[in-house]
Design a protein around this ligand. Structure first.
Ligand code: LLP
Length: 442
């Protein structure tokens, strides 16, 4: 298997991450367990930060899209690396705050931000809010007025580029619950509306064209459209953007069907974006905007793996072999939701040849609770440690206590040392918020 640089197979034939034997990690911390490589996370944050530094004179900021993996430690790393974050709920905002993250460097997203979330964000000095409805603009105007502040905002626009992993489509009108279309006049309407507000300072536009994208042209096309739109609005309404947030979406390697990108490839995505913005600014006589990008998956995705222990094995003769693990859709719902394909290996027997195709099943009471279908492995036995790769993004953040299973703990590995960043749940956690009304106690 084509392992990335922080994973290797050691002389015992065990998988290593961040210089630590995963079999030792599993023994020490138990399974299922999320394991994150700190160096990889930092490296990816720096790749984007340094590219903005070098190619755009530092006139911008990386915002880690914390929906990909949110916990206090990740905001602490982002703070140390000097980057910003994107948050999408009061919960993410609170986690950042609790980790001591400077909220001036936080941008808040959401198509239906709640009044209490906006109130909380303004009270805690959120850097900017990405407005996604007229109603939201009204709420911010009133809240900011009551608090005697002026709130910076961007508005979310749809440039009519929708990107999928290996392709993109251009649509005149984007059917999406997010943003306002540049082509049907609705984005323009919202801009005009916000420009009349007294307590809101419109800084510019945000767009996000999709996730798990490999096609460089998608990013260029989005930048072209947004810059053309900026020029149009400047002419029409006299408003010129000072900030442009181009979202996230850079793809990662999950399995052999995906390209295996290196730091230079991620740099190239950003360079292409920057080049387009510079060319378009030139063409339209616009000032170069402060540039924001919001990578999530590409920062934490490949940094993470999940360790499981193999349990029940069931062979349905002539049909399929199921290898069940001690996790499942409650720690990784991505197969159940998107039929995502993962790379799987036996961490304690990583050098052995693969001799069979199996389906890795979870332990939930649901047939669709699968982690990987038709993956090649050596003949798995009860007690083997299984590693699923590239689980750092959208696994923990989408985990649940379905079937009242524990959401696994997470450890951060660096220089051959692992520390908890999310501690294990207990049965007490499972019932923490449960109440039995008096009437049911009789
Ligand atoms: N900015 C905005 C406004 C977004 O909506 C997203 C992701 C990002 C940034 C970060 O995109 P990334 O760099 O991570 O691709 N649960 C799905 C992914 C949903 C992505 C939602 N938005 C999954 O597991 O694949």
């Amino acid at each position: 298997m084509n392992l990335r640089e922080t994973l290797k197979i050691n002389e015992k034939g065990h998988l290593e991450i961040g210089g630590m034997d995963t079999v030792d990690i599993a023994e020490k911390f138990g399974t299922p367990l999320y394991v994150f490589d700190e160096d990889y996370i930092r490296k990816m944050m720096r790749v984007y930060k340094n590219t903005i530094e070098k190619e755009y004179d530092g006139n911008g900021q990386v915002l880690y899209a914390s929906k990909a993996f949110s916990c206090e430690a990740i905001y602490a790393i982002a703070k140390q690396e000097g980057i910003g974050v994107d948050v999408v709920s009061g919960g993410e905002l609170y986690t950042a705050l609790k980790a001591g993250f400077p909220l001036k460097k936080a941008y808040m997203h959401g198509n239906n931000k709640l009044l209490r979330e906006l109130d909380f964000a303004l009270d805690n000095g959120i850097g900017s809010i990405v407005v996604d409805s007229f109603r939201e603009a009204d709420i911010i105007e009133e809240l900011a007025g009551n608090k005697g502040i002026k709130q910076n905002v961007l508005i979310r626009i749809n440039p009519g580029v929708e990107a999928h992993t290996h392709a993109f489509i251009q649509t005149a009108r984007t059917d999406s619950k997010f943003g306002f279309s540049v082509s049907d006049g609705s984005a323009e309407e919202l801009i005009a509306y916000i420009l009349k507000k007294k307590n809101i300072v419109l800084k510019g536009y945000h767009c996000h064209i999709g996730s798990q994208i490999f096609e460089k042209r998608s990013f260029e096309l989005a930048a072209e459209k947004v810059m053309d739109f900026s020029a149009y609005i400047k002419k029409k309404l006299g408003f010129e953007v000072s900030e442009l947030n181009m979202g996230g979406g850079f793809g990662v390697w999950y399995n052999e069907e995906d390209p295996k990108l290196k730091s230079a490839d991620y740099e190239n995505y950003l360079k292409a974006l920057i080049k387009t913005i510079k060319e378009k600014a030139d063409e339209h006589g616009l000032k170069l905007p402060y540039l924001l990008i919001e990578p999530g998956r590409s920062i934490v995705g490949e940094a993470g793996i999940t360790l499981y222990t193999v349990g029940a094995i069931k062979e349905i003769k002539g049909v399929k072999k199921y290898v069940a693990v001690d996790g499942g859709m409650f720690d990784n719902p991505r197969y159940a939701l998107y039929q995502s394909k993962y790379s799987v290996l036996l961490a304690n027997r990583a050098k052995e040849p693969c001799t069979e195709k199996v389906t890795v099943a979870g332990k939930c009471c649901e047939s669709g609770d699968l982690i990987a279908v038709d993956v090649s492995l050596p003949e798995a036995k009860e007690g083997d440690v299984m590693a699923v790769l590239t689980t750092g993004a959208y696994n923990y953040s989408m985990a649940s206590n379905y079937n009242r299973n524990f959401i696994p703990a997470a450890v951060l590995v660096k220089d051959g040392k692992a520390d908890y960043i999310i501690k294990p749940q207990t049965y007490e956690d499972i019932v923490r918020n449960d109440l039995i009304p008096e009437s049911l106690k009789k």
